[in-house]
Design a protein around this ligand. Structure first.
Ligand SMILES: [Zn+2]
Length: 79
């Protein structure tokens, strides 16, 4: 079951327990990182460009339901 993506006017809501604020999101992404190493060889990522990103699953932090989210309007959204 695909996870609906939130928009500028909508947010996730767990359909089982009503949680609106805490989720564990499993995300697959392909990124290009600019790795800058200092003279001691310690790497630091200074830039990160996301080429593609897919949300694989969303788990509710309250009841552990997986992919049981729906979209609801954000507070103050006109619709
Ligand atoms: Zn829940």
């Amino acid at each position: 079951m695909p996870v609906p993506l939130p928009t500028a006017t909508t947010r996730w809501r767990c359909t089982l327990c009503g949680n609106l604020t805490r989720f564990d999101v499993t995300r697959a992404s392909k990124v290009v990182e600019y790795v800058h190493l200092d003279l001691a060889g310690e790497p630091k990522v200074e830039e990160r460009e996301v080429l593609s990103e897919t949300i694989e699953s969303v788990r509710c932090r309250w009841c552990n339901a997986v992919d049981q989210v729906e979209l609801v309007d954000r507070p103050g959204a006109d619709s």
